[in-house]
Design a protein around this ligand. Structure first.
Ligand code: ADP
Ligand code: MG
Length: 339
C-alpha cells in the first residue's frame, strides 16, 4: 500500500486513468429491532481522471449514500474503495485523515452546510491554515475572487449571503484543499433556476482549472446531461445503466432510463408526461429479493425479469445496461424531436 498524498495513476483495462473506484459497494443503515435498510446493493463504479460522472435516479435510490461512501463519510458497510492505488476502506480514522483533503464533498443545502458563525473568508481560510498554507488569507481571498465572491462579500456570514453565493464559498473551500475528486451532491437543486446555470458553469471552470474529477449527483437528468461526460443511472440502490452522456440521452437502453428521459420537460411535447422524478415513495419501496428491481414498473418485463437479476452487461463499447430486454437502438423513440 502506498502512502502518497496525491493519488497516483491507475489504469483500467481500456487504458483510462482511474482516480477513484469502488467495487461491491454496499451501504446499510441500522434500524432498531429490524433488519438494516440496504440503500446501496453492491455497486461497482469508476471515476476517470478529469471526467465528470453523473449519478442520477429518483429520490431515495441511494445516490447520496453512494457519494458519501466513496469519500468514506461514513465508510461503506461492504466493498472496496480505491483512491488511485490506495485502498481507503480498512484504513484507520487517523490514516484516513491524511487523505481526506483529496476527496471533497459539496452538499445540496449551501447555507446550512457552512459554519454559521464564520465569515466566508474564515470558512475558506480554515482548511488552508490546517494544511499550513504559507499565506492562508491571501490564498482564500484569491480563491473567493476566482469563484466570484468579492472582498466585501467575503466578510459576510452564510446567512447574509444568497444560496448561490454560499455554494460558491463551498466550492472555494473544497478547491482550497487541492483535492483530486469532488463529489457534488445535488449542488444546484436548492438554487433558483436562474442561478443554477451559473453555479454549473463555475463547477466546470473549476474542474478544468484545478484538474479535478467530479461525481455529479442529481435527481434531475436535465441538469446532469449538460455537465457530465458519462452518466450512471441508479434505481433502488443499483446502477442499471452506464454510458457516455450523449449515448445515454440519444440511445437509452434501459426502460427506466427511457422513463426518466420522458419526464424531462420538452417545450414541443404536447402531452404532459408524468414527473417520475417526484415519485419518491416508489423508489424507496423495498426491492424484490430476486429478479430485476424495476420489473414491476417495466413495460417490457417477462417472467425471467421477476426471477433473475440482470447483470450490468456491456452491450456496446462503454455502454452498460442491467436488463434482460434492453431497448433496441433502432426502436428508440427520439424524445428530443417529438412534437
Ligand atoms: N441515515 C439514514 N438512516 C436510515 N436510512 C437512511 C439514512 N440515509 C438514507 N437512508 C435511506 O437509504 C435510502 C437511500 O437514501 P439516499 O442515499 O439519501 O438516496 P438519494 O440521495 O438517492 O435520495 C433511502 O431509502 C433512505 O431513506
Ligand atoms: Mg440525496
Amino acid at each position: 500500500m502506498t502512502d502518497t498524498a496525491t493519488a497516483p495513476a491507475v489504469r483500467d483495462s481500456s487504458g483510462d486513468d482511474i482516480v477513484l473506484s469502488a467495487k461491491g459497494l454496499v451501504v446499510e443503515y441500522p434500524v432498531p429491532g429490524k433488519k438494516p435498510v440496504r440503500a446501496v446493493h453492491g455497486i461497482d463504479i469508476e471515476l476517470r481522471r478529469g471526467e465528470t460522472l453523473g449519478l442520477v435516479g429518483e429520490s431515495g435510490c441511494g445516490k447520496s449514500s453512494t457519494g458519501r461512501a466513496l469519500v468514506m463519510l461514513p465508510p461503506p458497510t461492504e466493498g472496496e474503495v480505491m483512491l488511485g492505488d490506495l485502498r481507503l476502506d480498512g484504513l484507520t480514522q487517523k490514516q484516513l485523515r491524511k487523505h481526506r483533503k483529496e476527496l471533497q464533498l459539496i452538499f445540496q443545502d449551501p447555507i446550512s452546510s457552512l459554519n454559521p458563525r464564520r465569515t466566508a473568508l474564515e470558512i475558506v481560510m480554515e482548511p488552508l491554515t490546517f494544511l499550513k498554507h504559507p499565506k492562508p488569507k491571501e490564498r482564500a481571498l484569491e480563491l473567493l475572487q476566482e469563484v466570484g465572491v468579492d472582498s466585501a462579500m467575503a466578510k459576510r456570514k452564510p446567512h447574509q449571503l444568497s444560496g448561490g453565493q454560499c455554494q460558491r464559498v463551498s466550492i472555494a473551500r473544497g478547491v482550497a484543499q487541492q483535492p483530486s475528486v469532488i463529489i457534488c451532491d445535488e449542488p444546484v437543486s436548492a438554487l433558483d433556476v436562474s442561478v443554477q446555470a451559473q453555479v454549473l458553469n463555475l463547477l466546470e471552470r473549476m474542474k478544468d482549472e484545478h484538474d479535478l474529477s467530479l461525481v455529479f449527483i442529481s435527481h434531475d437528468l436535465a441538469v446532469v446531461k449538460n455537465i457530465s461526460d458519462r452518466v450512471a443511472v441508479m434505481y433502488l440502490g443499483r446502477i442499471v445503466e452506464l454510458a457516455g452522456s450523449e449515448d445515454i440521452y440519444q440511445h437509452p437502453r434501459h426502460h427506466y432510463t427511457a422513463l426518466l428521459l420522458s419526464s424531462i420537460p420538452q417545450p414541443n411535447r404536447p402531452e404532459k408526461l408524468q414527473d417520475v422524478a417526484n415519485e419518491g415513495e416508489i423508489a424507496t419501496s423495498p426491492a424484490p429479493s430476486s429478479g430485476c428491481p424495476f420489473a414491476s414498473r417495466c413495460p417490457a418485463a417477462t417472467e425471467i425479469c421477476r426471477t433473475v437479476m440482470p447483470p450490468l452487461a456491456e452491450l456496446a463499447p462503454g455502454h452498460r445496461v442491467a436488463c434482460h430486454h434492453p431497448i433496441p437502438v433502432e426502436a428508440e423513440p427520439d424524445l428530443r424531436s417529438a412534437s
